[in-house]
Ligand binder design. Structure first.
Ligand SMILES: NC(=O)c1ccc[n+]([C@@H]2O[C@H](COP(=O)([O-])OP(=O)(O)OC[C@H]3O[C@@H](n4cnc5c(N)ncnc54)[C@H](OP(=O)(O)O)[C@@H]3O)[C@@H](O)[C@H]2O)c1
Length: 333
């Protein structure tokens, strides 16, 4: 079927499910989250996307990262309690990012920090060297932010923890979550290569990258690199043409925040043409957006979030929506 594709050794529908919105701020209760994943799997989803960093950071001064591993354990438990073919489901996770409070946390030396444990981790579960400061990346629409910590030792340690959280011996597909300005990109790629060589992961991916970083990663990781996960949607149209570069290299392109995201604000007018087509079709504009994305590249995978079963059912129906030439002419090319 046209909407199917190959990724990391799995022949699966090219519409998967991002599980970030089930695990971070704004998340539904755990039962609803499990039901939402089950609904996606029952509909036909065979790719679940998670990350080591899909959890909520603790409040300052509480001393422990209260729900480190929440998102990955949610995926594990949803799969364990699902009555379908678990071995058909590709589970991808990411390493090299962590959550943080809005105020940069890495000011005090580790030894002075009441929130550090014996492994030199702070309350969000991130290791650091004494006195080290790192870049605070964003805190979009939330009191919490994200921070890259992609030192090879952190990436490798967290990847092994991800396998424990997910209850597997080997990770199907592990992405480097994003470049870390404090770490040469070669070193991050070297960590993925080491994880491949050690058999911790079957395949590697990279995320939030430009074409130069894709080439660098390919040179270091070789054929073990199978996917690039970058932002792509009508409101975020991939200005650096990384999708085209993936097509030239035969890499899968996985688009994150394919509906614009759920915490960030974005240009809603970019979705107006999709609303017009959707009104004619009598379906949600989100379904039209996802169907349009699937036409962009035959190895494009789209991974919308959902916070309830209805949304993922609605989104997955995009795999059955064949847009006509007339409709495509109304949409961005
Ligand atoms: N690599 C990275 O750095 C990175 C960054 C961001 C995201 N991601 C991945 O990409 C996935 C998706 O991105 P995202 O969570 O930012 O946002 P998204 O998929 O663009 O979805 C945004 C929101 O749209 C709403 N929605 C979804 N399906 C719908 C439907 N059929 N009808 C109506 N509304 C619908 C939901 O919000 P409501 O519940 O409010 O309706 C959802 O949270 C994440 O889960 C994660 O796996 C990766």
């Amino acid at each position: 079927m046209m909407m199917d594709g190959e990724l990391a050794g799995f022949a699966i529908p090219r519409l998967g499910m991002g599980t970030m919105a089930l695990a971070i701020e704004g998340r539904p209760d755990r039962d609803t989250a499990i039901r939402t994943i089950h609904a996606g799997l029952d509909a036909g989803v065979r790719y679940l996307d998670t990350a080591w960093s899909y959890y909520l950071p603790s409040e300052p001064g509480t001393g422990t990262a209260k729900d480190l591993g929440y998102g990955e354990k949610l995926v594990r438990d949803a799969l364990a309690s699902w009555n379908g073919p678990r071995d058909e489901v590709l589970v991808a996770t990411k390493t090299g990012y962590r959550r943080t409070m809005e105020v940069p946390a890495f000011v005090a030396p580790v030894s002075d920090s009441p929130e550090s444990d014996t492994q030199g981790r702070d309350s969000e579960g991130c290791s650091r060297r004494p006195g080290e400061e790192r870049q605070h990346l964003q805190a979009a629409g939330s009191q919490y932010g994200w921070m890259a910590d992609s030192r090879p030792e952190t990436m490798i340690r967290d990847a092994k923890e991800s396998a424990l959280h997910l209850g597997v011996d080997t990770l199907d597909l592990l992405y480097s979550h994003g470049p870390d300005p404090a770490v040469p990109y070669e070193d991050q790629c070297g960590a993925l290569k080491q994880l491949l060589d050690e058999g911790v992961i079957k395949y590697a991916g990279i995320s939030r990258v430009n074409n130069e970083q894709i080439d660098l990663a390919r040179g270091i990781i070789g054929s073990g690199l199978v996917a690039v996960q970058n932002q792509f949607s009508p409101s975020h149209p991939d200005p650096e043409h990384t999708m085209e570069h993936c097509a030239e290299l035969g890499l899968a392109f996985v688009c994150w925040s394919p509906l614009g995201g759920f915490l960030d604000t974005f240009d809603q007018s970019a979705y107006d043409p999709f609303r017009t087509v959707a009104a004619q079709r009598g379906c949600s504009y989100q379904r039209v957006v996802l169907a349009w994305e699937l036409t962009r590249y035959e190895r494009l995978f789209t991974i919308p979030s959902a916070r309830n079963p209805q949304e993922i059912n609605d989104s997955f129906a995009a795999t059955q929506l064949q847009l006509t030439q007339e409709e495509l002419a109304m949409l961005p090319c």
